[in-house]
Design a protein around this ligand. Structure first.
Ligand code: GLN
Length: 538
């Protein structure tokens, strides 16, 4: 029977609940237990798919095509357990399900209320799809005390009461600030946050205290006393030098040990920390570095390309180099600036994107990388723009473009009219923007002896997609005659999945998002190969 661990956050947001949950999951998994990770988000969007990265950071995509919170990316990267649609829910989805049921008369004339109907739906989500897992770690987004998160906290309180207190554990992550002026660590915000949590019926079993420096025993005792938690369960987490140190740090603080003790369990095997120690060492000590430029619309926003930034670091780990990301805003990128801006750059990456703003700058940069033979990786929108650039400058189709950006162009990129998912024809649309994209894992066939075939060392691959537009396959012959090869295709040969340039050291565009499947402990071959080529450039 699964045991449930609920993780809440207090005092301030961005304390690293996702990373803490993911590290705990790794530690439990590596001690022989089966773990699932889930996230409940208190906002009203049905999923984060339509949210701008400016608002919420990257949208993470799962194998089964869910558009989810970026914390699920942390979960996957740290545990290598693939998340599913059923692992992320929002208030919007919960309300939409309940209202749909109400409209169908599903509540048999009853008054539909937050308690019990919304909380019941939340409890259904918590238990859904759980079979032989030993642990389900369920993170609640937001901060305790917010109006939005109340129904979730109420639901986990009820859940623990119904499911059994010995089978549910509450972890509360708080902030313990250090006041420079008085040279003191302050426990009061933690006390208040726990008080807030207790006032809505949840007594934490473990408190994780995020702090800039180690918390002296006296202060920990104070937290233990005021918050009614045994001293061994007041766990500190001091800022780590790299996120890859987090599992090691939580192990040293005995988080996993206290969790197992709570459930009266023993490790089935020893936790394996050596891979994390190895990559921490590489990340912290590597002297050699390589400059990679990322040209995009959201480059100055920390989490907008989270998985991509991570995948590039993984590529660096595989090649023992530090990857310096040079973020270039595509918006105001002028033609005549490209040369200077890309001067010290050994590789160029154009990531996924939506909309017209900044596209001409991207296209001009791709031209520069193609002509100057700088390693280039185009991801999704980046590949589409590489097609547009090549069509304009090599096929001489002056008005080549994407119908996403210009309805009057010659569409070398067009709206998916019809495509097939498991025998079901889905019509593309640019009217209804929620959940209408080609999403999730799709297969591609790779051409024998192509560069991409060698990189993957396979003829059949599966990668995650998130896009509405596709490369127009009717010009394949023209592109290939001029040296741009369609080296990966959908199994029915209709949709170009990968393009690569002949007579260029490394120029590849992919319609999918390889970054979602890269892991620090197993870097994605495309990123390893791209960083290797960039390292060898010049
Ligand atoms: N906007 C493009 C499309 O919808 C690319 C999307 C992306 O880069 N993820 O096809």
């Amino acid at each position: 029977m699964a045991r449930y661990i609920f993780v809440t956050g207090g005092v301030v947001s961005s304390l690293g609940k996702g990373l803490s949950s993911a590290s705990l999951a790794y530690l439990l998994k590596s001690q022989g237990y089966k773990v699932r990770l889930r996230k409940m988000d208190p906002y009203l969007n049905v999923d984060p798919g339509t949210m701008s990265p400016f608002q919420h950071g990257e949208v993470f995509v799962t194998d089964d095509g869910a558009e989810t919170d970026l914390d699920l990316g942390h979960y996957e990267r740290f545990t290598n357990i693939s998340s599913k649609q059923s692992d992320n829910i929002t208030t919007g989805r919960i309300y939409s399900d309940v209202i749909k049921k109400e409209r169908k008369g599903g509540y048999l004339g009853k008054t539909v209320q937050v308690i019990p109907h919304i909380t019941n739906r939340i409890k259904e989500f918590i238990k859904k799809d759980i079979t032989n897992e030993d642990f389900v770690i369920c993170e609640i987004g937001g901060t305790v005390g917010d109006i939005e998160s109340l129904p979730f906290v109420e639901a986990i309180r009820q859940f623990s009461n119904e499911y059994g207190k010995s089978k549910t554990l509450f972890i509360h992550l708080t902030f313990v600030p250090f006041l420079k002026s008085s040279d003191e660590i302050k426990t009061k915000p933690t006390q208040h946050s726990v008080k807030e949590l207790r006032s809505i019926g949840v007594q934490p079993d473990i408190i994780i205290c995020r702090s800039q420096q180690s918390i002296p025993l006296d202060q920990r005792k104070k937290i233990s006393l005021f918050c009614n938690v045994p001293i061994e369960n007041v766990i500190e987490t001091v800022d780590v030098r790299t996120i890859y140190e987090a599992p090691i740090s939580f192990y040293n603080q005995k988080l996993d040990k206290q969790v197992l003790k709570f459930f009266k369990l023993k490790p089935k095997k020893r936790a394996n920390l050596s891979p994390w120690k190895k990559i921490t060492k590489i990340v912290l000590n590597t002297k050699k570095s390589v400059n990679i430029a990322i040209i995009g619309k959201y480059v100055n926003l920390k989490d907008a390309y989270k998985s991509l930034d991570e995948a590039l670091v993984h590529g660096g780990i595989a090649n023992n180099v530090k990857v310096n990301l040079i973020r270039i805003e595509s918006d105001n990128l002028k033609n005549n600036e490209i040369k200077t801006k890309l001067k010290n750059v050994s590789g160029l990456l154009i990531p996924g994107g939506f909309g017209k703003r900044g596209t001409e700058g991207k296209i001009a940069a791709i031209k520069y990388a193609r002509e100057k033979k700088i390693p280039f990786l185009g991801i999704c929108f980046g590949m589409q723009m590489a097609i547009v650039e090549f069509a304009r400058n090599k096929l001489k189709i002056k008005n080549a473009g994407s119908s996403e950006l210009d309805k009057k162009c010659y569409p070398v990129i067009g709206l998916i009219n019809e495509w097939d998912k498991n025998g079901k024809i889905i019509k593309g649309t640019d009217k209804n923007l929620g959940g209408t994209m080609r999403l999730g894992l799709y297969e591609a066939k790779l051409r024998n002896n192509s560069a991409i075939n060698k990189i993957y060392n396979s003829r059949n691959i599966k990668e995650r997609h998130r896009h509405r537009y596709e490369v127009n396959n009717s010009l394949k012959g023209e592109f290939e005659n001029k040296g741009l090869i369609f080296s990966g295709m959908s199994p029915d040969n209709k949709l170009p999945e990968i393009i690569e340039l002949k007579n260029h050291p490394w120029f590849i565009g992919v319609q999918f998002h390889p970054e979602f499947r890269s892991r620090p402990l197993s870097p994605h071959p495309l990123f390893s190969s791209f960083i290797k080529a960039s390292k060898n450039h010049k």
